[in-house]
Design a protein around this ligand. Structure first.
Ligand code: COA
Ligand code: ZN
Length: 304
């Protein structure tokens, strides 16, 4: 394990991926959570998404949230966009970092954004152009990269093909999203290996959900391949309370807790992130799945 990256970059996605799957919370609570996260040492936060307010009411106040948070100079804030209109809204709001999302499987892409994968890829080429024209960066998130809840396994060649189209369109980076937690470490190695064999140095982020308990194992497999950029959500926020089995992203504090003990620096204060997770729990009003939040760091002792 001596070849693990010395440090990784963590993007906190709880305020977007987490909160979009919870019962809607008041704007002030979102602002409080983002401000809290901004003080943990985390350097990237996906704060909101600019989507149809009637499709995802949880993000209807994206513009207001974006304007009300205290933006820390040490933090890069970003927004997810599903289409051209979302990109225009984000750029008009002053975002300088956006993520355009497309699913590798057609069925999921149609359910999620009402387009075929090919249509979304065409739109994304213009989104990238518009972002760059306005001095912003654009990452392309390839969802259902390890499987689709409707189609099952998605062939690696298809996922790499979709990502390749994003690279060719000028994306600043690519993210592979394990939307419903279908990845396992072997599949992570295969997809990352295939992508890297074609685009060896292209910036790559990985986004895991812990739906089937393989989240941190997937991170470890990726670390061993030198991937150094991961999404995580505070407390493991996310997962619809009304969808049986659905869970959130890997918990940020669990990610920090594991990798820091392996000598991989995150720049994030673990105790501050655990406190933020406790806050998130209070805001959401239900117990979050993070085990490090429950048990505390491994060095926490109890009185004998
Ligand atoms: N933000 C706000 N409004 C939007 C919008 C956006 N990003 N995109 C479209 N609209 C509006 C249009 O202006 C139009 O409004 P009108 O009827 O008042 O004229 C209406 O929505 C229909 O536009 P259309 O282009 O046909 O969109 P659509 O109905 O095909 O919806 C998406 C497409 C992408 C906007 C919608 O499916 C969506 O919001 N999906 C997000 C899913 C998501 O967040 N998933 C989780 C993250 S991966
Ligand atoms: Zn996700």
């Amino acid at each position: 394990m001596s070849d693990l990256p010395a440090r990784i970059s963590v993007r906190e996605v709880g305020p977007r991926d987490g909160l979009q799957n919870e019962e809607p919370v008041p704007t002030a609570a979102k602002v409080e959570l983002i401000n809290r996260l901004s003080a943990t040492g985390v350097r990237r936060i996906e704060a909101v998404s600019f989507v149809r307010p009637d499709a995802i009411p949880q993000m209807a106040d994206a513009d207001q949230v974006w304007h009300e948070i205290d933006r820390a100079p040490s933090v890069r804030y970003s927004a997810l966009v599903p289409n051209l209109k979302g990109a225009a809204r984000a750029l008009d709001s002053g975002l300088t970092e956006i993520e355009a999302v497309v699913s590798a499987s057609d069925t999921h892409n149609r359910k999620n954004v009402n387009r075929s994968t090919a249509e979304s890829l065409d739109d994304i080429a213009s989104i990238i152009e518009q972002a760059h024209a306005r001095g912003a960066t654009c990452q392309v998130i390839v969802s259902t990269a390890w499987g689709c809840p409707y189609e099952g396994d998605v062939p690696v060649e298809r996922v790499v093909g979709v990502a390749g189209r994003a690279v060719a369109s000028g994306a600043d980076s690519v993210s592979f999203g394990d939307t419903t937690g279908m990845a396992t470490p072997g599949r992570v190695s295969r997809l990352v290996g295939e992508f890297r064999s074609i685009h060896p140095d292209f910036p790559l982020n990985l986004h895991f959900h812990n739906t089937r308990g393989t989240g941190l194992a997937n991170v470890l497999a990726a670390l061993e391949l030198g991937v150094a950029d991961f999404d995580a959500s505070v407390g493991g926020l996310g997962g619809c309370p009304y969808a049986p089995g659905a869970t959130g992203n890997i918990a940020t504090e669990e990610l920090i807790h594991m990798v820091e003990d392996m000598g991989v620096d995150t720049g994030i204060d673990l105790d501050a992130m655990i406190d933020a997770a406790a806050d998130a729990e209070r805001i959401i009003g239900r117990q979050l799945p993070s085990q490090v939040l429950r048990a505390g760091p491994r060095t926490r002792t109890i009185r004998a």
